[in-house]
Design a protein around this ligand. Structure first.
Ligand SMILES: [Fe+2]
Length: 175
């Protein structure tokens, strides 16, 4: 495992404490983001930083507003991420980009970069079955076309949710 990735995961787990639901979610999103990095290109450090830390504001949102809704997470996440990334020696420009992605990760259309698209799609790959009824294949096709931003995200969503052949066995576990 990449040392930076490992350090980010350690910081995220320490921050979330006993909240295994959030920790597992961050792991899954990061794994999908890694697969999308292979398919789409994108900057590894930016995408991994944003993936591991994208929901890091969720506890603070709950504490301050009694709500974990997207806009509060987007507001509370960046300062926490900034502290973690600074501590890990990320460059200023990297920190800015990662924090921008976190600040908009429920608001597509505001950042048009590949790095944003990968994190956004990786999050949706994990969340799709919670947010939509995925039983109807025709509807699901339309949902996938509408929701995902990258071609790799659409393809991977079809592989996972429409059960087309998967490319590699990296999606088996829940960790
Ligand atoms: Fe998420």
């Amino acid at each position: 495992m990449d040392a930076t990735r490992e350090a980010l995961i350690r910081e995220m787990e320490a921050y979330f404490g006993g909240d295994t639901k959030r920790i597992n979610h961050a792991h899954k999103v990061t794994e999908y983001a890694e697969e999308l990095l292979k398919r789409e290109g994108g900057d590894y450090s930016i995408v991994i930083g944003a993936s591991v830390l994208h929901d890091i504001g969720i506890h603070e949102a709950q504490k301050k507003y009694g709500s974990t809704t997207g806009k509060y997470q987007e507001k509370e996440g960046p300062p926490i991420a900034r502290g973690i990334l600074t501590g890990l020696g990320f460059e200023q420009s990297q920190i800015e980009e990662i924090c921008q992605i976190i600040a908009h990760h429920h608001s597509p259309g505001k950042i048009a970069t590949k790095n944003f698209g990968i994190l956004y799609d990786a999050d949706w790959l994990v969340n799709l079955s919670d947010e939509y009824d995925i039983q109807d294949r025709n509807k699901l096709n339309n949902i996938i076309e509408r929701v995902f931003l990258t071609q790799g995200g659409k393809a991977l969503a079809s592989e996972i949710y429409l059960q087309l052949p998967r490319s590699e066995g990296v999606f088996g576990g829940d960790e």
